[in-house]
Write a protein that binds this ligand. Structure first.
Ligand SMILES: Cc1cc2nc3c(=O)[nH]c(=O)nc-3n(C[C@H](O)[C@H](O)[C@H](O)COP(=O)(O)OP(=O)(O)OC[C@H]3O[C@@H](n4cnc5c(N)ncnc54)[C@H](O)[C@@H]3O)c2cc1C
Length: 251
């Protein structure tokens, strides 16, 4: 569908926060689902970007300029129409979190924090967010997590803001002395792998959102295949969210 860009913000560095008018998507979108976006210019393959928030009839997504596609997307101006497919993918399963008294942890790294914002809102402010960034200059959207979570921990690789170290270190500390009912993770693969190890050791139900490179986004081209539960699955159609214990991290 073609959706009007109604708000565009450059938050920090190369991070862009877009809001589009998309009543049909807003009606059904779940946290963890994504949009497959035709970025513009000479970039003709769509790029997957997570749904970060839904307010009324508008849908928000936040992205970092990584290459040609996202660079073209960042040039789009308010009032223009963006060609996109969505909402795609399965989204997070919140049933474990809703039916337990333990802590609910959202662990996000870099661009992986964005699908977790909608999840924080869906969980009604009960979650604790641990957000990891490269450095203080890359820290963004923390105020919104603060407003929608019980607690917020920020970690930076170089210690220039928050905890000095990886977000997974913070998770390890929390897991050592708390009962965790559910863990939701999105970020770089090494971070998700460590989180999956902590979850396995502590027997925490954990879901990860895989950020595989994609082609069609609707399950036809199998570009985004990965090994989950011993079989090949399509991240776009069968995921992007999977139970961490089922993912073959050594693939
Ligand atoms: C389900 C899903 C949800 C996503 N949500 C977001 C989001 O909310 N915000 C956001 O900024 N990004 C998100 N991404 C990543 C985003 O799709 C890629 O950054 C984007 O496609 C890069 O396109 P490009 O043309 O700018 O860069 P390219 O020129 O295609 O690539 C530039 C660099 O980015 C790396 N890259 C490309 N695609 C991916 C990918 N899928 N995962 C990891 N690295 C990649 C490449 O290896 C390369 O180093 C998501 C990806 C998936 C699969």
């Amino acid at each position: 569908m073609l959706c009007k860009l109604i708000s565009k913000k450059n938050t920090v560095g190369n991070i862009y926060d877009f809001t589009i008018e998309a009543p049909e998507i807003a009606k059904t979108a779940k946290a963890g689902q994504f949009l497959h976006i035709l970025c513009g210019g000479s970039s003709y393959l769509r790029r997957p970007i997570s749904i970060c928030d839904v307010v009324g009839k508008s849908v928000r997504f936040v992205f970092e300029i990584r290459g040609k596609g996202t660079e073209e997307l960042a040039k789009r101006e308010t009032g223009e129409y963006i060609d996109l497919l969505g909402p795609l993918g399965n989204g997070f399963d919140t049933s474990v979190a809703e039916n337990s008294d333990g802590a609910i942890i959202l662990l996000g790294g870099g661009i992986g924090i964005y699908p977790l914002y909608k999840l924080a809102k869906e969980l009604g402010g009960k979650a604790t967010a641990i957000l990891g960034f490269r450095n203080a200059a890359a820290v963004t959207h923390t105020y919104e997590f603060q407003q929608s979570c019980r607690d917020l921990f920020v970690a930076t690789d170089d210690g220039s803001a928050g905890y000095h170290g990886f977000a997974t270190d913070v998770l390890k500390n929390i897991a050592a002395s708390n009962n965790i009912a559910a863990l939701y993770v999105c970020g770089p693969t090494p971070m998700m792998k460590i989180a999956a190890e902590i979850a396995a050791e502590k027997e925490i139900p954990a879901q990860v959102s895989m950020e595989q490179r994609m082609g069609c986004g609707i399950g036809a081209c199998v570009t985004c295949t990965c090994n989950v539960g011993g079989s090949n699955v399509r991240v776009c159609k069968d995921g992007p969210v999977f139970w961490a214990k089922d993912v073959n991290w050594n693939e």
